[in-house]
Design a protein around this ligand. Structure first.
Ligand code: NDP
Length: 292
């Protein structure tokens, strides 16, 4: 395979610690998770669209880190990256579907193309990666799948409907997946960060659909607020990475892990209002059987 860094010497079943395969490791959470795994003594296959940006990481851990080129929307290449990882290290213990980007726009402002491209990135790519790693994890009888969702994968608000749709899709797939693979000794952890200081809200990472004046009041504040938050977000990606490692190490790894005060408060409020709504309409809901 054509990697930016040289392939490691084959070390079948001799890789130190757990073997991680991480997407979007060039910055933000992906990079922080890679660093945390390496600090824990594990082996990391860090993938990125431009793996040269990971040169320092590989140079610091030449025996346990390798950078591999992967655009997660290139689903054909995903299988090759998984095959190479297994060839080099004999197994994959943890896969992290992390690569992603933001999209702001009212539903009416968001194009079909924007929706499809984000689904490719946040749903079809991760689904392909999960399909590729599962046979190896099932054979090993162990493994963990980490899905970087968002608090926007649990509840949503004006301006992020398209983004949330992709994360809701990922969460739906992952919830079913968790129940399917638990008997094979495989864990699924859905991570739901709030606002964290990564590259997410800055520069080219955030897409904004062309604005319609009709949505100035509802979507306008998000359209300006999200980029304005860049560099000022409360969340620390290194602490997020540590929390992910803690959750994975637990006997009872949660299916979903909100991260940050905003995500925790938002998820709790959303659960409460969902419950209130179901209870308020319970009689109508229950009265729809043939027997009333
Ligand atoms: P960053 O912008 O710092 O990192 C995003 C990463 O995804 C980059 O490495 C980027 O690579 C990569 N990426 C984007 N498109 C592709 C692609 N097609 N193939 C491979 N890699 C790609 O942001 P975060 O670290 O915050 O984002 C990571 C995840 O966290 C995302 O899934 C995001 O939705 C989620 N998240 C982030 C939140 C936050 O506040 N930061 C909140 C909730 C969820 P490149 O360098 O090539 O652009």
């Amino acid at each position: 395979m054509n990697n930016a860094s040289a392939a490691p010497a084959p070390a079948r079943d001799r890789a130190p610690g757990r073997v991680w395969l991480i997407t979007g490791a060039s910055s933000g959470f992906g990079r922080a998770i890679a660093e945390a795994a390496l600090a824990a003594g594990d082996t990391v296959v860090a993938t990125a669209r431009r793996p040269d940006v990971l040169e320092d990481l590989v140079a610091a851990h030449p025996d346990r880190a390798v950078a591999v080129q992967l655009d997660v929307t290139d689903t054909a290449r995903i299988a090759a990256v998984v095959a190479d990882t297994v060839l080099w290290y004999g197994r994959i213990d943890v896969v992290v579907n992390n690569a992603g980007m933001g999209l702001v726009g009212a539903v009416e402002e968001t194009s079909d193309r924007e929706l499809r491209e984000l689904m490719d990135l946040h749903f079809f790519g991760p689904a392909a990666l999960v399909r590729a790693v599962l046979p190896h994890m099932r054979r090993a009888g162990s493994g963990a799948v980490v899905q970087m969702s968002s608090m926007g994968g649990r509840f949503t608000f004006p301006g992020v409907g398209g983004y949330s749709a992709t994360k809701f899709a990922l969460e739906g797939l992952s919830e079913a997946l968790a129940a399917e693979v638990a008997p094979h000794g495989i864990k699924v952890l859905i991570v739901e960060p709030g606002s964290f200081r990564t590259g997410f809200a800055g520069g080219g990472a955030l897409r904004r659909s062309p604005a319609l004046p009709a949505y100035e009041q509802t979507v306008g504040p998000v359209r300006t607020g999200l980029p304005d938050s860049d560099g000022k977000q409360e969340g620390d990606p290194d602490r997020a990475a540590a929390a992910i490692l803690t959750a994975l190490a637990a006997e009872d790894t949660p299916l979903r892990l909100p991260l940050g005060n905003d995500a925790t408060d938002g998820v709790l409020a959303s659960l409460e209002s969902s419950r209130d709504e179901v209870l308020a309409w319970e009689k109508v809901s229950r009265g729809t059987g043939f027997n009333g």
